[in-house]
Design a protein around this ligand. Structure first.
Ligand code: BYC
Length: 325
């Protein structure tokens, strides 16, 4: 539906302008906010960057859950820093989206009333401290796999935001792996917790890359516009190839009986996640969808007095300036 809408809008646009735009993309030029761009390009970016920003913000919730229960002061300081980084990533991304003509308030309202999505992964609960390891290792690992290529994306503000975000995500991934190493080399009970966290987060992490290429609605057009640099399945395969040896090093077992190295392809063969579960989570029926949206709605409502105060202050200042002129 969305793709069709974009296509029909694109056909109404000046073919010469469209061709010149595509030539700029093909030549590897960056598109900047004041440049002419097709409506579909603008809309796709707002959708993707907005969804990404929301994911960073909602992504604070499962980890924020463990700040008060981190096992040591050092672990608590590290987790606190990581969660603050996610808030910062959300802000860079909202700023990048704002350059396309949408306000941060509009984006937030679309998140809160369910018109915009955030990553499916954050609808799963974090039940033990080992989940902080699994989230850093697998979820941030998957995020990096997706986001490193996005540093070369065609829209200037998005690609520049990605450069900074990727630097921080690498630290996040390492801190997660460090927690997993401690747990996997700890007591039998700790190792069991680490294995349990891997069991629960493996398939939801594979789902982060989006549906299979056959089911993906936007990939073809987004790749032609270099909004996306790889297909969902390409990135998922890269993630599996990178992560399996890391699990082996930890002495943990990836919960997939079909996982095996394929000499011919030079990649691991692996089982697909349960895609019906993925689409159900997208519809709002994951284990934590309602809880996450309720938390974001509460934060928005609780912050109203701050927004009102800031607005009143700005209006008063503007009125004083007008009176002085
Ligand atoms: N969750 O045509 P497709 C992070 C939707 S990491 C929810 O392939 P597209 C973080 C998709 O929106 C996560 N929805 O779509 C890490 C579309 O529905 P609509 C954030 C998903 O856009 C650690 C439909 O399915 N990263 O922030 O070409 C700590 C069909 O899919 C998902 C990004 O957002 C999903 N997993 O490709 C804290 C990276 N997958 O919109 C924070 C940037 C698909 O038509 N985003 N859908 O209703 C992307 O690269 C792409 O948007 C995706 C999907 C690869 C995710």
């Amino acid at each position: 539906m969305y793709a069709q809408m974009i296509k029909s809008e694109a056909t109404q646009e000046d073919p010469e302008k469209l061709a010149a735009f595509q030539a700029r993309i093909d030549a590897g030029e960056k598109i900047e906010p004041k440049d002419w761009m097709p409506q579909g390009y603008r809309k796709t970016l707002i959708r993707q960057i907005g969804q990404h920003a929301h994911s960073e913000i909602v992504g604070q919730l499962p980890e924020g859950n463990w700040i008060t229960r981190a096992p040591t002061l050092e672990r608590k300081a590290i987790l606190l820093a990581k969660v603050q980084d996610e808030a910062g990533h959300g802000l860079y991304l909202y700023c990048a989206a704002e350059t396309l003509g949408v306000t941060r308030d509009e984006l937030t309202e679309m998140l809160l009333d369910g018109r915009m999505k955030y990553s499916s992964i954050f609808n799963y609960p974090t039940l033990t401290w080992a989940d902080m390891g699994a989230v850093g290792w697998l979820v941030d690992g998957a995020a990096i796999m997706n986001q490193v290529p996005l540093q070369r994306t065609s829209f200037g503000p998005y690609s520049r935001a990605m450069i900074r975000i990727c630097k921080e995500e690498s630290f996040h991934q390492r801190q997660g792996y460090d927690i997993m190493m401690k747990m996997a080399n700890g007591t039998p009970a700790q190792k069991k917790m680490a294995q349990d966290a891997l069991n629960r987060f493996w398939y939801p992490s594979l789902m982060m890359f989006g549906p299979s290429d056959k089911e993906s609605v936007h990939s073809e057009q987004s790749m032609a516009w270099k909004i996306k640099m790889n297909t969902n399945d390409e990135l998922r395969q890269k993630f599996v190839d990178q992560t399996v040896p890391q699990a082996e090093y930890l002495g943990l077992t990836v919960p997939d009986e079909n996982l095996k190295w394929n000499e011919e392809t030079g990649h691991y063969d692996f089982s697909q996640p349960d895609w019906s579960e993925f689409f159900d989570v997208l519809k709002g029926n994951g284990p934590c969808n309602r809880e996450r949206l309720a938390a974001r709605n509460k934060a928005w409502d609780d912050g109203k007095w701050v927004r009102d105060g800031l607005l009143a202050h700005a209006e008063k200042k503007a009125a004083r300036r007008v009176a002085a002129e």
